[in-house]
Ligand binder design. Sequence first.
Ligand code: IPD
Ligand code: CA
Ligand code: CA
Length: 262
Amino acid sequence: MTESLKQIDRLICDWLKIVDDILPRLIQEMHTDTKKDRFDLVTNVDKQIQDHFQTFLSNQLPGHLLLAEEKNNDDIDPYHGHVWIMDPIDGTANLVKQQEDYCIILGYFVDGEPKLSYIYDYPHNKLYKAIAGEGAYENDLPMLKPATLSIEDAILSFNPHVLNDRTINALFQTSFSYRIIGSCGLDSIRVIKGQFGAHMNTNPKPWDIVAQFLFAQELNLKMTSLDGGKVDFGKGGPFIISNPGCHQDVLDILNSGNGYQK
Ligand code: IPD
Ligand code: CA
Ligand code: CA
């Protein structure tokens, strides 16, 4: 890792320690608003964490830009320069309803290349980090490439509300079982750790999937669109992160017949 990347990583880890100090109070004072509909929640925690990171970037890394969920990103070109993509709270509904199973997602790109990725599972005190060319870490311990999982042995994670009945039944019948956590970042972490075979999302935004690119790259996982193509980190769109042992089988099920869409 270059010295400047090391420095940036240290700054981010220090910032995440500050998050540890401020989150309890923000959660205590939590108030919730809705966005598109009654299921689409946002809280002061999401907004204040994002604002805090924006201020940190302006002070510590001037010239680095932020593309994030709770702000307008019209003026951000994610493909050039030093760009951070952030989901300040991924799994907001879990934060509101369960005070568990949510995370902070951060991805750092230089001229469109992923350099650093973070998924911070604050409730469980686990920081997952990936560094380009160097590997991935769980609380500073190196993570291993997960063992190969065939679809028969794999737990699959997806939102059944957005798939048609044929696809859901085929996934249920072919795989070992089904689980969903409700945070794209943490469902993906299960795949990254070899606990799930695959996680898919039919409509993620850049901040939902931004960190997963580097983990997939460093740990030999598959991360593709649902037709097997490339995912554009600046746009998002249908995606799967998968153990290499079941990726093609899941895609075959999603794309057989008339496809997975309702
Ligand atoms: C959502 C969660 C959820 C996924 C949605 C995301 P949010 O993010 O990751 O698991 O299914 O597509 O929008 O709104 O909690 O940041
Ligand atoms: Ca999210
Ligand atoms: Ca969010």
